[in-house]
Design a binder for this molecule. Structure first.
Ligand SMILES: *[C@@H]1O[C@H](CO)[C@@H](O)[C@H](O)[C@H]1NC(C)=O
Ligand SMILES: *[C@@H]1O[C@H](CO)[C@@H](O)[C@H](O)[C@H]1NC(C)=O
Ligand SMILES: *[C@@H]1O[C@H](CO)[C@@H](O)[C@H](O)[C@H]1NC(C)=O
Ligand SMILES: *[C@@H]1O[C@H](CO)[C@@H](O)[C@H](O)[C@H]1NC(C)=O
Ligand SMILES: *[C@@H]1O[C@H](CO)[C@@H](O)[C@H](O)[C@H]1NC(C)=O
Ligand SMILES: *[C@@H]1O[C@H](CO)[C@@H](O)[C@H](O)[C@H]1NC(C)=O
Ligand SMILES: *[C@@H]1O[C@H](CO)[C@@H](O)[C@H](O)[C@H]1NC(C)=O
Length: 541
């Protein structure tokens, strides 16, 4: 046989030899084994000894026998997903001294106190959606270096007082979506290194005892949303100096003690959305100057106190939408110099103070939609150089001379497409028109009552004269030399008519002098400077 043929056979033999035995029903990759065959009715006996990670998905075995993994001493990660596992027999994890990560999700199984005993290398333990209703006392004994414990989506109603005592290294604890109605006082005391605590979607309405978080000085994020909480005790959050994110949304909190957040100097995000708050105490957030995001939407706020947002000089996001706010104090946003987005939509605002937004030079988005605003004061947006997104729809806009500035602001500074639903509610002939499409000459004011003479310029004998009762579109100013009658057209007061009438008994031509007088006229359509000069031309010969 020629040498060439030999070589060829040798390489075929090499190819045919299985590089690693892999259990039937599983796939093996380097040191990882992935088993997702429903015909797998027991843990395979032939798992490669150098395996570090095993994942079982939708397999059919219901028990893990003692020593099932004793042939894989280097196992660090073991995961069971949606398997019908019912029990871990005593010693099921024997020999797994390297196991760092154990997850059982979507099974229904019974735990005994020593199920995890001897897993002293465990760093992460996940028992989620397993229908667990109790945890045996002592379950976590020996898990000294456990950092993450995930118990999401079970049916836990309470927890044994000492259950977390061994977990001195724990950083993350997730108890969300359980049925916890109360936490025993002292339950969390051993967890002084905890950074993340999730208690969302439980029933803790009455169940947060005094001082329950008192020792969690390292906590960075706390979830208490969806618990039916009606109030927070003044001391509940005391000592949480490192807390950065606090989630209190979707509870039933109707009032907040003024000092409840006063230790939260590191807070950057706070949600109180979906509660029943009616007022905000002044200075409530004053000790959290690093707050970036604050949500107060979907509450029952009718007013907001002048000092409610004191000190929030880092805040970039604020929502007060979906409340019942009728008015806002002029200085309420004065400290919010970094604010970028401000949501005031779906309230009951009827007017805004002209200086409301004057310190908000970083504002990019302002929503005023769905309020009761009929106009906005000229100068409102004077300082908001970065504003480009302004939502105004769902208000009864009165399209008259007061709104002319806004209509032109919208045409110049805003995207027209944002305003296709910003309609006029009045006057009648403009109802249904889109505000930024109106021309300046459409936006005029009806005269309402008499224009008033500015007292500061009413001098030298000129002053409000006898007003013709029953003729509201006219007003008369009189001085020693004669009368000036201003006639304001009912709908177009800027078409100002000036009529000079001679004094009783004297002819107009009797005037033998020159006179000039000016004054500011303030009427429903703004201020007008009116100057009247009377000249006496030499009579023709
Ligand atoms: C376990 O890991 C160690 C260190 O990497 C290695 O020396 C040993 O051979 C491994 N054991 C098995 C059964 O693969
Ligand atoms: C779990 O424990 C309960 C009560 O102790 C028992 O009724 C049930 O049969 C157990 N289930 C399994 C799968 O062992
Ligand atoms: C823990 O280890 C000890 C000694 O190695 C052994 O006797 C005991 O059975 C183990 N417990 C479990 C639950 O595996
Ligand atoms: C605002 O924050 C400073 C510290 O940043 C603090 O000294 C001051 O008391 C706070 N203001 C109020 C009203 O609490
Ligand atoms: C807004 O104010 C009106 C008049 O005061 C009142 O009838 C209405 O209920 C208020 N709407 C809301 C959402 O509070
Ligand atoms: C703007 O901020 C300054 C300094 O905090 C304050 O004195 C002023 O009243 C604020 N202006 C408005 C309109 O809020
Ligand atoms: C009034 O002004 C006109 C034009 O300036 C002048 O011709 C006339 O003499 C003046 N009459 C009186 C009474 O000052």
């Amino acid at each position: 046989m020629p040498a060439g043929t030999w070589l060829c056979w040798a390489s075929l033999l090499l190819l045919a030899e299985p590089s690693q035995p892999c259990p039937k029903g599983c796939d093996c990759f380097a040191h990882e084994v992935f088993c997702s065959d429903e015909r797998l009715t027991a843990i395979p006996l032939d798992i490669p000894p150098d395996t570090t990670d095993i994942v079982f998905v939708e397999t059919s075995f219901t028990e893990v026998e003692p020593g099932a993994f004793s042939g894989s001493p280097n196992l660090t990660k073991l995961i069971f997903l949606s398997t019908p596992l019912q029990s871990f027999r005593p010693g099921a994890f024997a020999g797994l001294r390297q196991l760092r990560d154990l997850e059982v999700t979507g099974s229904t199984f019974n735990l005994s106190g020593d199920t995890f005993a001897n897993l002293t290398s465990l760093v992460q333990l996940t028992l989620s959606f397993d229908e667990l209703d109790t945890l045996p006392e002592g379950l976590f004994l020996g898990l000294d270096i456990l950092e993450s414990l995930q118990l999401q989506g079970n049916q836990l109603q309470t927890l044994p007082l000492g259950i977390f005592r061994p977990l001195r290294s724990l950083r993350s604890l997730n108890l969300e979506q359980n049925r916890l109605a109360r936490l025993p006082a002292g339950l969390l005391d051993p967890l002084s290194g905890l950074r993340f605590l999730k208690l969302s979607d439980n029933k803790l309405s009455q169940g947060l005892p005094q001082g329950v978080f008192a020792t969690l000085g390292s906590l960075e994020e706390l979830f208490l949303d969806n618990n039916g909480l009606r109030e927070l005790s003044p001391e509940l959050l005391s000592g949480l100096f490192r807390l950065e994110r606090l989630w209190l949304q979707h509870n039933a909190i109707s009032h907040l003690p003024p000092s409840v957040f006063s230790d939260l100097g590191s807070l950057t995000a706070l949600s109180l959305q979906g509660n029943a708050l009616r007022t905000l105490p002044a200075g409530l957030f004053a000790h959290s100057p690093h707050l970036l995001s604050l949500s107060l939407s979907h509450n029952q706020l009718v007013t907001v106190e002048e000092g409610a947002f004191t000190n929030l000089s880092s805040l970039t996001f604020l929502t007060l939408s979906h409340n019942a706010i009728v008015q806002l104090p002029a200085g309420v946003f004065r400290d919010l110099r970094k604010l970028v987005k401000l949501y005031l939509g779906s309230n009951n605002l009827t007017a805004l103070p002209v200086s409301l937004l004057h310190n908000l030079s970083n504002l990019e988005l302002l929503s005023l939609s769905r309020n009761q605003l009929s106009t906005l004061p000229k100068g409102l947006l004077r300082a908001n150089y970065n504003l480009f997104n302004l939502a105004l729809h769902g208000n009864p806009w009165q399209c008259d001379c007061h709104l002319a500035w806004l209509s032109s602001w919208l045409r110049i500074w805003s995207d027209q497409l944002l305003h296709t639903r910003t309609y006029c509610a009045g006057p009648a002939h403009l109802r249904g028109h889109v505000v930024p499409t109106l021309k300046e000459e459409d936006l005029v004011c009806p005269a309402s009552g008499y224009p008033r003479l500015d007292p500061r310029v009413a001098g030298r004998g000129w002053g409000p004269g006898v007003q013709d009762k029953g003729a509201p579109s006219r007003c008369t100013y009189r001085n020693a030399e004669g009368s000036v009658v201003l006639a304001c057209d009912e709908t177009h007061c800027r078409w100002l008519n000036v009529q000079l009438s001679p004094r009783q008994g004297e002819g107009f031509l009797a005037m033998t002098y020159n006179s000039s007088q000016g004054w500011d006229l303030r009427s429903s359509c703004g201020s007008v400077r009116v100057t009247v000069s009377i000249g006496n031309l030499a009579a023709e010969p």
